[in-house]
Design a protein around this ligand. Structure first.
Ligand code: ADP
Length: 573
């Protein structure tokens, strides 16, 4: 039964019973009141008149006229108040005897007769009172019975409502609240079981449908997520580059097959383990999780790993993954992905190129040197005179071969650096001597542009730990560049000073300067600032950097476009 109907029935019945109870009580109270009034009006008054008539009868000898009047008045009232069976006959007898007594008031027998009549009437009425009182009593008893019945019914219904209704309403709500909490806690298998065909039954049906749909939605989303996870795993596994994923606590989340191959471990021994624990027993993992190393040059070193049956080279890239959680503004770190790019092929090509350059430049050096020698012989008067045109041609061949020699020298230096075949002869070297040697070497070049070369050196500089030949080469390269990029008749200063335990060599020119964009790039291999002289190779500064860093020194440039540049390097004393 529906709750609304139940409530309507229960409360409605109770209401009806209360009305019935009120009506029954009112009806019986009214009946009892009517009975009492009846007794009062019909019988009590007759007894009153009879009493007055008896008193008047006693007074008739003393005060005849008054007694007769009073008797007559009461007899008159009695005549109008005849209510009981036989009372009329008695009253008529009384009237008749009273008429006779009026004529002969001293007749005692007549008086006796009248008294008899009055007593007769009184007896009739007293019997009637008793009878009516019995009826009233009976009415009261019936009223009691009915009121008790209806009252009990009311009590039973009210008691039933009191016991059942609150539970009927509250229990399903309690159960439903509990189930809603379960759903909120993502327990989508929760159901409610109200079998009644009432409003709660409908509610349960709707709730269960909702829970079922949520369950389906949730499992379909999970399926999607699993699918996406599988797809990503397959993708990562199929990549040829080794990839390792770590969470923000350094626990390994995923490792692809390539990475497993090179670290030589099984996935179950790696996944879920702390990378720092694994690093204790695996050198490769140690170098992979090692945070970036101190110096730039070390950072750029590719990792040499024995993989695919040969020595392979990998470029390590660590990508830090951060996300902004939904509804939040701050980014959080969720881990790192380490990607190793296999650059073996490029390395092999690079080696081939370096070897090629080394061979070519080495092979070219001897013929060029012999060309130079032949030119010197040609210029000698002993080999015969040349006309002016011939002299000019020989001069230009000399310039070109000089440049060729410079280029092949640079290429040879570079190939030596790249193959690691560089031979450093580090010894105690005098900075003044290096500076003098370099300025002497570029003197002719400077004179051609009427450039003044000044050495501005602090006194008593300590010796440096350096390969004087390579350091001199760097200083010559600086000076040669400064001359090339300075205007005629300008001045170039070579400054030597000591800073802490370093000797700083500076070449200061007032030439065209270097744009801030290119300041970091001029030390890169083959880099030439767009628009600058194309005669060079773009290798001079790169080789200088390698030479200085190989001697544990530092190198750099400060420059303002249009105002000149200061190229410097420093070496330990
Ligand atoms: P290159 O053989 O071309 O001179 P370098 O490595 O010596 O190669 O120089 C690289 C580039 O740096 C040059 O192309 C030039 O543009 C720029 N550069 C070098 N020195 C100076 C300088 N003193 N003033 C202005 N630019 C310079």
């Amino acid at each position: 039964m529906r709750i609304k109907t139940k409530l309507n029935l229960g409360v409605g019945l109770l209401f009806l019973l209360i009305i019935i109870l009120t009506l029954v009580s009112a009806f019986y109270i009214f009946s009892i009141k009517k009975d009492t009034e009846n007794i009062l009006k019909a019988n009590y008054n007759t007894l009153e008149y009879s009493r007055n008539m008896l008193l008047s009868l006693d007074e008739i000898t003393i005060n005849r006229d008054n007694a007769i009047i009073t008797f007559k008045e009461n007899l008159q009232k009695q005549t109008q108040n005849v209510t009981e069976a036989g009372e009329k006959k008695g009253t008529d007898n009384l009237k008749r005897n009273f008429v006779l007594l009026e004529k002969n008031s001293s007749d005692e027998t007549l008086k006796m007769q009248i008294r008899q009549d009055i007593f007769e009437i009184m007896k009739l009425n007293m019997n009637a009172i008793k009878q009516k009182s019995d009826i009233a009593k009976h009415t009261a008893e019936t009223a009691n019975l009915w009121i008790a019945i209806v009252g009990t019914l009311c009590f039973l219904i009210a008691f039933n409502l009191l016991i059942n209704l609150p539970n009927n309403i509250a229990n399903p709500i309690k159960e439903l609240t509990q189930s809603i909490k379960e759903i909120a806690n993502k327990n989508y298998s929760e159901r409610v079981h109200f079998t009644n065909h009432n409003e709660y039954g409908d509610l349960a049906k709707s709730f269960n449908t909702m829970a079922q749909k949520l369950e389906e939605y949730n499992s379909s989303n999970l399926y999607k997520l699993f699918f996406e996870k599988k797809r990503l795993e397959t993708l990562i596994n199929n990549m040829h580059d080794p990839i390792i994923g770590l969470d923000n606590k350094g626990i390994v989340l995923f490792v692809n097959d390539e990475a497993l191959k090179i670290i030589g471990m099984k996935s179950e021994d790696v996944i879920g383990k702390s990378a720092s624990t694994l690093a204790l027993s695996n050198d490769l993992i140690r170098s992979l999780i090692l945070k970036e190393l101190a110096t730039d040059s070390q950072k750029k070193q590719p990792l040499k790993i024995f993989a695919h049956g040969k020595e392979s080279y990998f470029d390590k890239e660590t990508i830090n993954i951060t996300i902004t959680p939904t509804g939040e503004e701050r980014e959080i770190n969720i881990g790192d992905v380490i990607i190793l790019r296999n650059i073996t092929l490029f390395k092999e090509l690079d080696f081939a190129k370096t070897n090629f350059i080394a061979t070519v430049s080495h092979e070219l050096k001897t013929p060029i040197a012999s060309i130079k020698l032949s030119l010197q012989l040609l210029q000698n008067n002993k080999t015969g005179d040349m006309n002016d045109d011939q002299k000019q041609l020989v001069e230009s061949i000399k310039d070109d071969s000089q440049r060729l020699l410079k280029i092949t020298g640079e290429l040879l230096n570079l190939s030596q650096l790249e193959t690691g075949n560089i031979q450093l002869n580090i010894e105690k070297s005098d900075p003044y001597a290096i500076a003098n040697y370099a300025t002497e070497a570029v003197k002719v070049q400077a004179d051609q542009k009427q450039i003044k070369l000044i050495i501005d050196a602090n006194e008593n500089l300590q010796d440096v730990k350096a390969d004087s030949e390579k350091t001199g080469w760097v200083l010559i390269n600086y000076l040669s560049n400064a001359i090339t990029y300075s205007s005629e008749k300008s001045t170039i200063i070579v400054r030597l000073k000591q800073e802490n335990n370093q000797i700083v060599f500076q070449v200061i020119d007032t030439g065209k300067g270097i744009d801030a964009h290119y300041k970091d790039k001029v030390f890169d291999k083959y880099f030439q600032i767009p628009g600058s002289q194309k005669s060079g190779t773009g290798l001079g500064l790169a080789i200088s950097k390698e030479f200085i860093e190989a001697q544990n020194g530092s190198i750099g440039v400060e420059s303002n476009l249009g105002l000149g540049s200061t190229f410097w390097f420093s070496l330990k004393v």
